[in-house]
Design a protein around this ligand. Structure first.
Ligand SMILES: CC(C)(COP(=O)(O)OP(=O)(O)OC[C@H]1O[C@@H](n2cnc3c(N)ncnc32)[C@H](O)[C@@H]1OP(=O)(O)O)[C@@H](O)C(=O)NCCC(=O)NCCS
Length: 144
């Protein structure tokens, strides 16, 4: 079955958060995923926030961002009732296509090592694991 994919808008924020909750996706409601922070993301030219729909029901989402050098695939989520059909891969490809439109040639993602479904989806989408890379981050607050 083919599901429609569209660019989400600020007005879709509540529905998006409900999907993330259903999917069990960790997110930062008081930080970069707050309605205020996301409003800027929705309007950023080099960011796509895509939703996959079964009729009116939001069943999947992904955020694609560009830092100008690499594209990043973030916040990939599929409703638990729709898993195991390769829908994650379709969203990954859609975000890649959007980022390639900005000349981005390298796509990357960060995945927690125990998240085997996500690792599997990205491997199937052609992503190559880089062992030995440690993720460091520096934040303005614990909420970010
Ligand atoms: C990661 C996720 C987006 C994958 O979505 P998906 O559309 O089910 O992906 P796929 O169909 O490619 O399946 C990926 C793996 O999920 C597992 N899976 C398959 N059927 C499943 C089901 N019915 N329920 C749960 N997991 C299932 C399998 O391990 C599968 O790997 P395989 O194809 O090698 O057997 C989804 O599991 C999800 O939303 N997880 C919670 C949020 C999350 O962790 N996001 C990623 C952050 S990095």
């Amino acid at each position: 079955m083919e599901y429609k994919i569209k660019h989400l808008k600020t007005s879709d924020y509540d529905q998006l958060i409900r999907l993330w909750k259903r999917a069990g996706l960790p997110y930062r409601p008081s930080g970069r995923d707050s309605v205020r922070a996301m409003a800027e993301e929705f309007s950023r030219a080099e960011t796509c926030i895509l939703g996959m729909y079964n009729d009116d029901r939001l069943i999947g989402s992904v955020i694609g961002t560009s830092d100008g050098r690499k594209g990043w695939i973030n916040r990939l989520a599929i409703d638990p009732e729709y898993r195991g059909q390769g829908l994650a891969g379709i969203l990954i490809t859609s975000a890649e296509n959007f980022l390639q439109g900005f000349g981005i040639q390298v796509m990357a993602t960060l995945i927690e090592e125990e998240n085997l479904p996500s690792i599997s989806s990205f491997k199937k989408a052609g992503y190559i694991y880089s062992p030995g890379i440690c993720y460091f981050s520096k934040r303005s607050s614990v909420d970010d």
